[in-house]
Design a protein around this ligand. Sequence first.
Ligand SMILES: NC(=O)c1ccc[n+]([C@@H]2O[C@H](COP(=O)([O-])OP(=O)(O)OC[C@H]3O[C@@H](n4cnc5c(N)ncnc54)[C@H](O)[C@@H]3O)[C@@H](O)[C@H]2O)c1
Length: 334
Amino acid sequence: MKAVVLGSGGWGTALALVLCDNGHNVTLWSHNPAKAARMQETRENPLLKGVPLPEALRITGDLDCLEGAELVVCASPSFAVRETGKKAAPYLTPQTVLVTVSKGIERDTNLRMSQILQETVQYKCKVAALSGPSHAEEVGLRLPTGCVSACPDRAAARFVQDAFMNDCFRIYTSYDIIGVELAAALKNVIALSCGICSGLGFQDNTKALLMTRAMAEITRLGEQLGGTRRTFGGLAGMGDLIVTCTSMHSRNNRAGILIGQGKGVKEAMEEVGAVVEGYYAAESIHQLAERENIEMPISHCAYEILYQGKKPKDVVLELMTRAKKDELLETTWL
Ligand SMILES: NC(=O)c1ccc[n+]([C@@H]2O[C@H](COP(=O)([O-])OP(=O)(O)OC[C@H]3O[C@@H](n4cnc5c(N)ncnc54)[C@H](O)[C@@H]3O)[C@@H](O)[C@H]2O)c1
């Protein structure tokens, strides 16, 4: 099958390798032609150190590579998904399956990535989302990993499953693209918050408390926006929350640690040196939670630290001294 991966960052490159391993005819497109030429020559992506790129993988900055592609993967950072979708649109046909693997919510519109892509391609083809606990560095090393291919169209979800699945990359299908995409975007803010806890010197108890209560609030918002509750306990939800909150591969976690240690927000993001999607998602979540009238105390506190200059220590005290609650809000006592 002819497949094109748009975006030659760590994740786009790792997914291109999976598709190559599975015997597909794969092209990796970079928006930066000089970078494409360098990778084509060195057969390496500096973001995936020690992982050679196979000769069969073509790397280019030319969008003509999209001609006739059956599978197109959009692996741009979330802020560039609309731009990438617009560039790709003229090449896509109703037979193409377009897959978003970016984790975020668009600033200003608060749209999910698949919604942006559907808009840019004018609903011409099927759009699926692939998400789950999956660090590019580990997928590049072919370490066992699992993700979810989500699309309301079952055949498209299965098409993506078939394209990517192999003995070290296990793919489940789901109809719940809303839940899968929201879980992926919302958890980045929690990874940042978890990092802040580590930076403040808090340990395992605090992080477990934060992750569990964060999952409760993410699920509340996700359900309100049309996601299925069980998705948030699955790979794209709890799975991805665990992996981003506990790993130094996560930029959100790393940025949070620096902020917890006392660095300014801008300074921390510069030091991480790559897109910290949780920073942008925090603003969208704040707006969505207000619009939908959903209580999201942890995400709200992250917003106060990131956008309103509140001190992490003060915010933690605020969270710990909130009014007493039942854990299971939805249930009644027997
Ligand atoms: N890295 C991972 O392990 C991982 C895993 C799952 C999902 N994701 C998601 O995949 C997306 C991409 O992440 P990544 O880690 O590959 O990012 P990255 O930071 O490694 O790479 C981003 C790439 O985007 C390119 N880029 C910058 N501006 C652009 C523009 N205007 N148009 C098109 N491309 C542009 C950069 O050149 C770079 O190659 C993100 O949404 C991320 O959340 C990443």
